[in-house]
Ligand binder design. Structure first.
Ligand code: A2P
Length: 276
């Protein structure tokens, strides 16, 4: 079986394909409508969108038009980061369902612990209110799993202290050189699956010499090394591309990085976004 069709089992038993297709920065309309079917054609069964990406409409339509059974696709969307009220979150979820033209999603998550325009602001109370709405949505079966994104250990502890359902996932920026050990350790301890967004460091990791040499050694590409690294760390990478050749490349992950080489990649501490 292809690695992208292997599945993680979340804490509540929901199965999630290990590799997702990220749609951040893929505009609504033609681009999103064309790239999602490309991913589906090449075996991806996990699609990640968000209300803030403004492409839910095309992503949902592409999934429907693919004729692949809905239950064979794992679909995530996200609550916009500035919505920190119970009612606001319920309303936003219904709006997302309408945009997607779906009656459920597989995963619904809070996009960030603070509004993007006020990064770092303490929204502890609002996060609890929003998460309680997600719990209601989950209990009604309209989301098969729920979680958060960009949450620190402190943000996660706040939810776990005041809410009932331990988040099933935490989607964070995660790539070689930025493997967020503190959050990763905490999530592993509490059976919260880490989803790795920007597994290629938005492309910057691909020009790193260590990664390039590793790719030659394994007869793979730097992108494949980056994505495979995330899987071997027990996270679910969400590579994004609008090019079919890259979508295909990013789906071929049938190789194993040795423990010694994983240690070498782990030792890269500098954020590759600064390498260029
Ligand atoms: P494009 O969409 O033009 O293919 P990340 O997933 O870390 O956010 O990285 C996404 C960026 O990396 C995008 O700019 C994407 O460009 C590029 N990209 C995705 N896959 C590959 C690949 N296999 N080789 C080179 N660049 C890639």
């Amino acid at each position: 079986m292809k690695t992208i069709q292997d599945k993680y089992v979340l804490a509540n038993g929901t199965k999630m394909p290990k590799v997702g297709f990220g749609t951040w920065q893929i505009p609504n309309g033609e681009q999103a409508y064309n790239s999602v079917p490309m991913a589906l054609k090449h075996g991806y069964r996990h699609i990640d969108t968000a209300a803030a990406y403004r492409n839910e409409e095309s992503v949902g339509k592409a999934i429907k038009d693919s004729k692949i059974k809905r239950e064979d696709i794992f679909l995530t969307t996200k609550l916009e980061s500035h919505i920190k009220t119970y009612e606001g979150a319920l309303e936003a979820f219904e709006k997302s369902l309408k945009e997607l033209d779906m009656d459920y999603v597989d995963l619904y998550i809070i996009h960030a612990p603070w509004p993007w325009s006020e990064m770092g602001k303490d929204c502890s109370e609002g996060n609890v209110l929003a998460y309680k709405a997600l719990e209601k949505i989950y209990k009604e079966g309209k989301a098969k799993a729920i979680g958060v994104s960009n949450f620190s250990v402190k943000d996660l502890e706040n939810i776990m202290k005041h809410c009932e359902v331990v988040p099933h996932v935490n989607q964070i920026s995660y790539f070689i050189g930025n493997n967020q050990k503190e959050v990763d350790d905490f999530c592993k301890k509490h059976n919260i699956l880490i989803e790795a967004y920007s597994p290629l460091a938005i492309g910057y990791a691909l020009s790193n010499e260590v990664i390039k040499n590793m790719a030659v050694k394994y007869q793979q590409t730097p992108a494949q090394v980056c994505i495979r690294y995330c899987i071997q760390k027990g996270t679910a990478p969400l590579p994004k591309s609008t090019h079919e050749s890259r979508i295909i490349e990013n789906s071929h992950l049938e190789f194993e990085i040795s423990k010694a080489d994983m240690d070498i990649l782990d030792a890269i501490k500098e954020d590759p976004r600064k390498w260029n």
